[in-house]
Ligand binder design. Structure first.
Ligand code: TRP
Length: 345
């Protein structure tokens, strides 16, 4: 398979620009698939789409584990390719290789106060989650400014993100408005958050979020055996002790996953009714779920393995994408610096 980035993005008919990204801190899983990857495959036909491997942002809380970030750049890129994000349609790039993003961040830091950053609900929650207490890396506290740089450098009007990222977009837009007001021209573009309709996928253990750190994921590259084992452990209804007992659908992860992935809605409705009536064992439900997940993930795994055979080619694809993305970011940075009076020669 050859992996070439689209060489003429400027001729793309789509006028709207999308930017999204992921911190490369681990392989992607079904939660990412439902929450963002699936949509990106669709969006790439409708928008001019940029997808960023946010390795610089990942460093803001991973300075003690640099190899994790480095290693996962390739892993996440493989996940992108495996699900069908197509580098001829989507520009895939690496954040740290675009110095203009860092440059913009430095200017934007003057358009936001420390108090405002401390009030950002996502940052606030993440500080608690990471146990920083008073020892918050300054780069971590200020990463919303960096994220504003990512978005505005590409003049993205649309940013598809999970609900937890909405405060980032709001803060980005505050920076945009302040910047435009100060320079007296609309140079930067405000962005809209696109939040997927389907809710967040719970972990196999029933916790609200599927997350690598909670160890409750099914990864996109999972082997058939791993999928089987994960489905076996999927949280169901703890009150459904005997097959004849009526079972509950709410909070039953097996059914939540079936809702997300089973295309036979009629068959699924029948199964739910039977389960609620009593007389249907968990093993039957899980068998259906396993079949569906095996069918969904087998082609993704196969494509992933195919691309993984030639990592140099994947890196080359990323290099080409980064080169193209940098041209766009550099043009915006140029405008920004001129507007700030920082152009001399
Ligand atoms: N903060 C995002 C995450 O943790 C990653 C990210 C970095 C991002 N820059 C972005 C997402 C810009 C959207 C737009 O997943």
């Amino acid at each position: 398979m050859t992996l070439q980035q689209n060489t003429s993005p400027d001729s793309a008919p789509m006028s709207q620009i999308i930017l999204t990204g992921d911190r490369p801190t681990g392989p992607l899983h079904l939660g990412h698939f439902v929450g963002s990857l699936r949509d990106r495959v669709t969006y790439q036909h409708q928008y001019r789409q940029f997808v960023m491997l946010a390795d610089s942002q990942a460093l803001t809380d991973n300075m003690d584990d640099l190899s994790k970030v480095h290693r996962n750049v390739l892993e996440v890129a493989l996940d992108y390719l495996a699900v069908g994000i197509d580098p001829t349609k989507t520009t895939i790039f690496i954040q740290s290789q675009i110095p203009e993003l860092t440059e913009l961040t430095f200017y934007y830091l003057n358009l936001v106060t420390v108090a405002r950053l401390e009030r950002n609900p996502t940052v606030k929650a993440e500080i608690v989650l990471r146990g920083f207490e008073r020892d918050i890396p300054a780069g971590f506290l200020t990463y919303p400014a960096s994220q504003a740089a990512d978005i505005t450098a590409f003049k993205a009007g649309v940013v598809p993100v999970g609900e937890d990222q909405i405060p980032m977009i709001e803060q980005c837009n505050e920076i945009v408005r302040r910047f435009n007001r100060i320079v007296g021209r609309d140079i930067l573009v405000e962005a809209k958050a696109f939040v997927p309709e389907v809710g967040r996928l719970p972990g196999i253990d029933g916790k609200a979020k599927m997350s690598k750190s909670l160890g409750n994921t099914i990864n996109l590259g999972a082997s058939a055996d791993e999928i089987r084992a994960a489905v076996k452990n999927v949280y169901t209804d703890p009150l459904h002790l005997k097959v004849s007992d009526p079972g509950h659908i709410e909070g039953n992860v097996a059914f939540t996953y079936l809702d997300a992935f089973d295309t036979d809605k009629e068959g699924l409705a029948e199964m739910k009714a039977h389960y609620q009536r009593g007389g249907l064992g968990d093993s039957i439900v899980k068998k259906r779920l396993e079949g569906i997940l095996q069918d969904l993930l087998a082609p993704i795994r196969a494509r992933r393995e195919e691309f993984a055979k030639d990592p140099a080619q994947v890196m080359k694809m990323l290099q080409e994408g980064t080169f193209k993305a940098r041209e766009v970011a550099a043009a915006t940075t140029d405008e920004v610096k001129k507007a700030l009076g920082l152009s001399y020669f």
